[in-house]
Design a protein around this ligand. Structure first.
Ligand code: CP
Length: 343
């Protein structure tokens, strides 16, 4: 599929859905990141709103718990002037036996443009994209992918480091159950980073051996994974997805795989630490690191709003140049108003 029209004046992303980063090319990934960067400024204004999606309807359909993703998709839609409806499984008629597709089709029948869906089953967003007319955004599907998380991670890295190409990124923790790890591995390797993963042997998927040819390194210890790393990305133990004992106890996990200040001495001197949240202090990361100067955990959350704005905006048919024109128009209008006030 031709995903980006590269006509000089109007760059436009023509995909209907955002389901996984495995499907996207490096050019598409850069395009979304560039668009997000141009939208980031909106959140710094006193009136944090642009009219780009006025009249459009976005529904957040979360079938799994969320704080960051759900709130930031809501804020992103609001900052673009879209109408946003929050749907929660816990209070819905799915509890009376309605299926996922029937639920989504009924919501769509009320007239919506974009459905943001989080679900515990891998492939849920993909199934919906085949059954519905509106755009679908995958906000995390089981242990499969979490595309907007990896995009916000990448933009956070790019803003701090100035690039992604050539960086060494260590991803440490529960890789097996982590959709964040998968999306990040696809994205970071496509954009030229080297990724190493580390965790208990039981929590590193066997199929990752196939990715070694593409440059993925599988390390057996945190010490080896962080050695010389520019970025250290820590993952939470996903107890909600674990149906067996993958390590003896949380205490032992914390001792062997938790990130402590001593580890960071082995990383690059200006290494940054990231975590998608929610963090479990004292288990996968010490408070000293989570709250320390290397930590970009809250910067990730801030950047998430811009990334989700970009995704909603582009899926709704917006062009990156279109937004830039809108910004220029606004700047000109503000200048005129300032002149008028002086006169
Ligand atoms: N990182 C992330 O997806 O956080 P939430 O589960 O709170 O949305």
């Amino acid at each position: 599929m031709q995903s980006i029209k590269t006509a000089e004046s109007q760059l436009r992303w023509t995909r209907k859905h955002l389901l996984s980063l495995e499907q996207l090319s490096a050019d598409e990934l850069r395009f979304i990141l560039d668009t997000a960067l141009s939208l980031k400024e909106v959140s710094t204004r006193s009136i944090k709103k642009v009219p780009a999606l006025r009249g459009r309807v976005v529904v957040n359909a979360f079938f799994e718990d969320s704080t960051r993703t759900r709130v930031s998709f809501s804020l992103a839609a609001q900052r673009l002037s879209a109408d946003i409806i929050d749907f929660s499984e816990k209070t819905s008629s799915t509890n009376k036996g309605e299926t996922l597709i029937d639920t989504a089709r009924n919501i769509e029948a009320m007239g919506i443009d974009i459905l943001v869906v989080r679900h515990g089953a891998a492939g849920a967003a993909d199934i919906l994209s085949r059954a519905m007319q509106c755009s679908i955004v995958n906000a995390g599907d089981g242990a499969h992918e979490h595309p907007t998380q990896a995009l916000l991670d990448a933009l956070t890295i790019r803003e701090r480091k100035g690039r992604i190409d050539g960086l060494s990124v260590a991803v440490i923790g529960d890789i097996l159950h982590s959709r964040v790890a998968r999306s990040n591995i696809y994205l970071l390797t496509k954009l030229g980073a080297t990724v190493r993963v580390a965790g208990p042997g039981t929590l590193v998927p066997a199929e990752f051996a196939e990715l070694v040819e593409q440059g993925l390194r599988i390390e057996r210890s945190v010490e080896d994974a962080v050695a010389g790393a520019d970025v250290v990305m820590i993952l939470r133990i996903q107890r909600e997805r674990q149906d067996a004992a993958f390590f003896p106890s949380m205490r032992e996990y914390a001792v062997h795989y938790g990130l402590h200040p001593e580890h960071l001495k082995r990383a690059a001197p200006d290494a940054i630490v990231m975590h998608p949240g929610p963090i479990n202090r004292g288990i996968e990361i010490s408070s000293e690191i989570a709250d320390g100067s290397s930590s970009l955990i809250l910067d990730q959350v801030t950047t998430g709003v811009a990334v989700r704005m970009a995704v909603l905006y582009l899926l709704a048919g917006g062009s990156r140049d279109g937004f830039t024109e809108e910004q220029n128009g606004r700047a000109k209008k503000e200048k005129r108003e300032r002149k008028g006030n002086k006169g």
